[in-house]
Write a protein that binds this ligand. Structure first.
Ligand code: FE
Length: 251
């Protein structure tokens, strides 16, 4: 069965990385919740997509230069008043849920890896009993290398951007994944194809997609029979997957 990952807790249905979205996702008939993490200046970890609060909240600032209290004072837009969650708070929401974590390790405001970030995130997940239920995704292979040193190496997923795929080509992407022992890649849904899926799978690399937000994109991910795809519209994805299963069962 194709796995569904609710992207940032279902941004198009519940707002971007909101308490409502993450709470709703925890009770959904899907397999993963995707979220992004950034460190604060005082050593906490915040669940938020952007490096800044500027575009998605009523507050401005670079998260890694702010204290947790300052980040917590922000209100996320279209969230019915919710504030950015800490990684601990997200763990508490999911510890009793059957939905697993897909944790994206983000780069800093200058596009560089945060220092001591991986170890810190892994420590929190371990303490909150979520480490064994987490897949770590990143566009940065450096982070995935670090994850391999402190967590289960099979829990790593390389997000390959359209530009990287275009510049390197599939065969070089496969070479890099293999040389870093990365077991899984995710491509943007619009760059995915049967041909590419078969190339990766033939090399024993698991193949998934990200950013399947429209009905057509979700249907494409389902028909490609990818391992997993992320979507901002988890409710729609669940309904489409259910329809497809019922149609397949009837025929
Ligand atoms: Fe993400």
């Amino acid at each position: 069965m194709v796995r569904i990952a609710s992207h940032r807790g279902g941004t198009l249905e519940f707002g971007d990385s909101t308490l409502l979205g993450f709470t709703k996702t925890a009770a959904m008939d899907l397999e993963e919740v995707e979220f992004d993490v950034h460190p604060t200046s005082d050593g906490a970890f915040v669940v938020h997509h952007d490096t800044t609060l500027d575009a998605t909240t009523d507050t401005c600032g670079v998260i890694s230069e702010m204290t947790l209290a300052a980040v917590k004072a922000a209100t996320i837009r279209y969230s019915s008043g919710s504030n950015p969650l800490t990684l601990e708070e997200l763990c508490d929401l999911y510890v009793e849920s059957r939905v697993n974590f897909r944790c994206e390790m983000k780069l800093d405001h200058a596009g560089q890896p945060y220092r001591d970030f991986v170890k810190g995130v892994v420590t929190v997940l371990h303490r909150r009993s979520m480490l064994g239920r987490t897949v770590f995704s990143s566009f940065a292979v450096d982070y995935l290398d670090e994850v391999g040193k402190v967590a289960d190496a099979s829990s790593r997923l390389w997000l390959v951007s359209p530009s990287v795929l275009q510049q390197l080509g599939a065969s070089t992407v496969i070479e890099i994944a293999k040389s870093h022992n990365i077991p899984e890649v995710g491509l943007h849904i619009d760059t995915a194809s049967e041909e590419l899926r078969d190339l990766f799978v033939a090399e024993s690399i698991q193949f998934g997609c990200w950013a399947a937000h429209t009905k057509e994109q979700i249907k494409k991910a389902l028909s490609l029979n990818v391992k997993v795809f992320t979507t901002d519209r988890p409710t729609l994805a669940i309904a489409l997957r259910k329809n497809l299963r019922e149609t397949t069962c009837r025929s």
